[in-house]
Write a protein of this length. Structure first.
Length: 290
């Protein structure tokens, strides 16, 4: 039985999503160069983590999809092929939407190196994609895995729903992931202003509900790891991430990181756990029944 339609007096959850996105953006007054996905070196670091440290999450995500060898898949925010590459032997065709030049470069290098013929890249932000001109027909499965950074999430979700003939799968944060918790802990001590986290799955579910999409939700574990060859490499990475420029800030950073460090062989590891959600729905079958 479907829920009753949302009351007109309910809050506008898309507006709440936008406000939280704007507040989140306003709290980051310094550029984080490690998240510039046009740079090949950043994409390479992400790809290295994606293909090894996060293998359990990737396999869990793939096992949760209703796919067949005949499935056509649309992967939104594909990155360096985190899902597209392991999915390619399992499905007929994948369209990978990814705007980052560095990310696309790594994905295309894998495609060429491994002789993959069923992945095509669309080098655009999802907001810029036009279904009629940029996509090749409709898709059995549409996926957006940890890539829901769109400002107007309602419009982005409506386009995903339109592009799918069967399933839409979203994967998004339930609580602050480890990297965001680090920002929350450090930003005010380092820069004197608070850090505001981005919108989470509660907001996303309510946007879908107000669209008349009554999605299924499943909670899943999410681990984040950072691995470094030396303390110097670790400090240099986090110094850039948190815009540390003074000796006083470096002391704050070092004091925060020291209890988080563990050693595995010759590597220095910092990690933390959180939760993400699988949000999915199946499109209703259209047409007359006999």
């Amino acid at each position: 039985m479907n829920p009753e339609p949302a009351c007109t007096c309910d809050p506008d959850w898309n507006a709440i999503w936008m406000a939280r996105q704007e507040r989140h953006a306003s709290s980051k007054h310094f550029d984080d160069p490690s998240h510039n996905w046009d740079k090949l070196e950043n994409a390479a670091r992400y790809e290295k983590n994606s293909s090894s440290r996060y293998d359990a999450r990737i396999q869990l995500t793939i096992r949760s999809l209703d796919i067949t060898p005949d499935s056509r898949v649309l992967d939104i925010g594909a990155g360096p092929g985190t899902l597209a590459l392991p999915l390619s032997p399992l499905v007929r065709e994948i369209s990978a939407v990814e705007p980052g030049e560095g990310m696309v470069g790594i994905l295309e290098s894998h495609i060429h190196k491994d002789g993959i013929t069923n992945i095509s890249c669309i080098k655009k932000r999802w907001e810029e994609v036009e279904i009629e001109h940029d996509l090749d027909g409709n898709y059995d499965v549409v996926i957006a895995s940890l890539s829901l950074t769109m400002h107007d999430i309602r419009a982005a979700l409506a386009k995903m729903n339109q592009a799918s003939t069967k399933y839409v799968y979203l994967f998004w944060f339930v609580n602050s992931p480890f990297w965001e918790k680090m920002y929350d802990d450090l930003w005010e001590p380092l820069h004197g202003v608070p850090y505001f986290p981005g919108p989470k799955v509660d907001c996303l579910f309510n946007v879908l509900y107000q669209m008349g999409i009554y999605a299924n939700v499943e909670m899943l574990p999410l681990e984040k790891e950072y691995r470094f060859a030396s303390v110097e490499e670790m400090i240099a990475f986090f110094r850039g991430r948190f815009s540390v420029t003074t000796p006083e800030q470096e002391k704050v950073l070092g004091k925060y990181l020291t209890p988080l460090i563990r050693h595995e062989g010759n590597e220095i590891v910092i990690s933390g756990d959180s939760t993400f959600a699988k949000i999915w729905w199946k499109k209703p079958v259209t047409g007359k029944t006999h």
